[in-house]
Design a protein around this ligand. Structure first.
Ligand SMILES: [Zn+2]
Length: 255
């Protein structure tokens, strides 16, 4: 295909998506790791480097690791906190806020834990967020900065509750269930949506991968702004394959 033809196709895709967004009464946005890549947060499938390059997160970021060896768990997770702490929302996050400000988006559902979304009227963080850590014994919760301070002060590098127990980040670790209320709310939003706009997600991981099926089964439409193939590409009313920021900028201009 010629470059001109590709550009025409891309413009047609944006125009089509803009029309579907305008026509929908309820647009729900679903985001994955791809929206945070422009903030400097690599997709977890990107090969890791440095100290933890050869560590399997499935093992070291597992809830069993937190229980059995909190010092090792926090050595890994503290590193993760450190790498996410100073990241800022990028233009794609801002454009979703702008869509909502224009009354075009009802809610945002994300599998990201990086707290870069918003402010949104309704934000469902399916995998939790690094914004806080809490005590599984007494329920006390501590904000990220406080957790970091406690981690730095503890001789073993384990942030502890006032009651002495190791804190657990309020993210869904491997081996843990998703928060039921968030999951049910995301499913209800997907069923209700006239348009589920999937941004930066390969739609492979459960439950995010099932949400488009719920929308389609209930008679809604699915649109995809994600680089690389997804298993919903054939059923999507529009599939935009370019850079996430450029595609969302183009969508906003077309609305
Ligand atoms: Zn406690």
């Amino acid at each position: 295909m010629s470059d001109a033809r590709l550009a025409d196709d891309a413009a047609a895709g944006v125009a089509l998506l803009a029309a579907r967004v305008r026509a929908a009464r309820s647009v729900v946005v679903l985001t994955g790791a791809g929206i945070s890549v422009p903030s400097g947060i690599p997709d977890f499938r990107t090969p890791r480097t440095g100290l933890w390059a050869n560590v399997d997160p499935m093992e070291v970021a597992h809830v069993d690791a937190w229980r059995s060896d909190p010092a090792r768990f926090w050595a890994f997770y503290g590193h993760r906190f450190q790498s996410l702490r100073d990241k800022r929302p990028n233009r794609a996050h801002e454009l979703l806020v702008e869509l909502e400000r224009r009354g075009l988006v009802d809610a945002v559902v994300t599998q990201n834990i990086d707290r870069l979304h918003g402010p949104h009227g309704e934000l469902i963080e399916l995998h939790g967020s690094i914004a806080s850590s809490s005590c599984q014994e007494c329920g006390a919760a501590y904000p990220l900065e406080e957790v970091q301070a406690r981690l730095d002060q503890d001789p073993q590098g384990v942030p502890r509750c006032d009651c002495g127990r190791p804190l657990k980040p309020d993210v869904v670790l491997f081996g843990e269930f998703l928060p039921q209320a968030a999951l049910e709310r995301a499913q209800a939003l997907a069923v209700r949506a006239d348009l589920l706009l999937c941004v930066g997600s390969s739609l492979e991981v459960w439950p995010v991968g099932e949400l488009p099926a719920l929308t389609l089964r209930a008679g809604g439409e699915v649109a995809i702004v994600t680089q690389g193939p997804t298993r919903y590409d054939d059923e999507a009313v529009a599939k935009l394959d370019g850079d996430v920021v450029e595609e969302l900028e183009a969508l906003l201009r077309a609305l």
